[in-house]
Design a protein around this ligand. Structure first.
Ligand SMILES: Nc1ncnc2c1ncn2[C@@H]1O[C@H](COP(=O)(O)OP(=O)(O)OP(=O)(O)O)[C@@H](O)[C@H]1O
Ligand SMILES: [Mg+2]
Length: 214
């Protein structure tokens, strides 16, 4: 089998997965994390150790439609401290999983810089991060659809996302809820021409409101 061929790569991926899995087993039972539920020992104890994990290493989930400003925010505020995990760069969910596992094993803070528009997608990462003893912060980019579309239009040619793709994400978008088990929620909003404000969203405020069109 030629080195670098798809089959060789796949075998290599399995070998990497096996090695990364040692000591950091967080099979979560759904979709991307495997067909069967195999709770790692850390996952089994995660609920009991919740108070200890709140002070632990941070996993950040970005939540926002295309053009809402996620990657820009990462570059400006988290580049020096958090590894960026993104479908744009990694292309497949399996490769995202490998990097998540590597971060968990290395106790390295990371950000999942995807739209993470649905609760099910987020649940996979939240379960995995918890299993690794990480605290979980959700950053909700509450950029109105119209603003996101306008920003998207101004992107360099080749980086513009087709409008129907943005609209589809807007339609299926589920704003984050406390019940998803975040330790912390931050709301990132447009506050000026090129500015954003970030503020913690408290449990007392309930769940954050949905995305606006305008
Ligand atoms: N606060 C801001 N004010 C004005 N323009 C912004 C702001 N943040 C980002 N932009 C611009 O909007 C465009 C989209 O931003 P960005 O790439 O960060 O979005 P994204 O949420 O990562 O989108 P995608 O999900 O498609 O990767 C970029 O051209 C960026 O320069
Ligand atoms: Mg981006």
């Amino acid at each position: 089998m030629a080195a670098g061929s798809p089959r060789a790569n796949e075998r290599n991926d399995r070998e990497i997965s096996r090695r990364l899995g040692e000591g950091v087993d967080f099979g979560a039972g759904r979709g991307f994390f495997g067909a069967t539920t195999v709770l790692g020992s850390q996952e089994r104890t995660s609920i009991a150790t919740r108070s200890a994990t709140v002070a632990g290493v941070e996993a950040v989930l970005f939540i926002g439609i295309q053009g809402s400003g996620k990657t820009t925010f990462y570059r400006e505020r988290l580049f020096d401290t958090h590894v960026r995990i993104s479908r744009d760069m990694l292309k497949t969910r399996n490769r995202e999983l490998l990097l998540v596992r590597a971060c968990l094993a290395a106790r390295q803070a990371f950000v999942v810089d995807d739209t993470n528009a649905s609760k099910t997608t987020r649940a996979d990462y939240i379960t995995a991060a918890r299993a690794g003893g990480f605290r979980v912060a959700g950053y909700y980019f509450r950029t109105p659809l119209r603003t996101a579309l306008a920003r998207n239009r101004r992107r360099p040619r080749g980086q513009v996302i087709p409008v129907p793709g943005v609209l589809a994400t807007f339609k299926r978008f589920q704003p984050p809820e406390w019940a998803e088990d975040f330790d912390e929620l931050q709301v990132v909003e447009v506050s000026g021409e090129n500015e954003v404000s970030v503020r913690p969203w408290t449990r007392e405020e309930g769940d954050p409101p949905g995305l606006e069109r305008e």
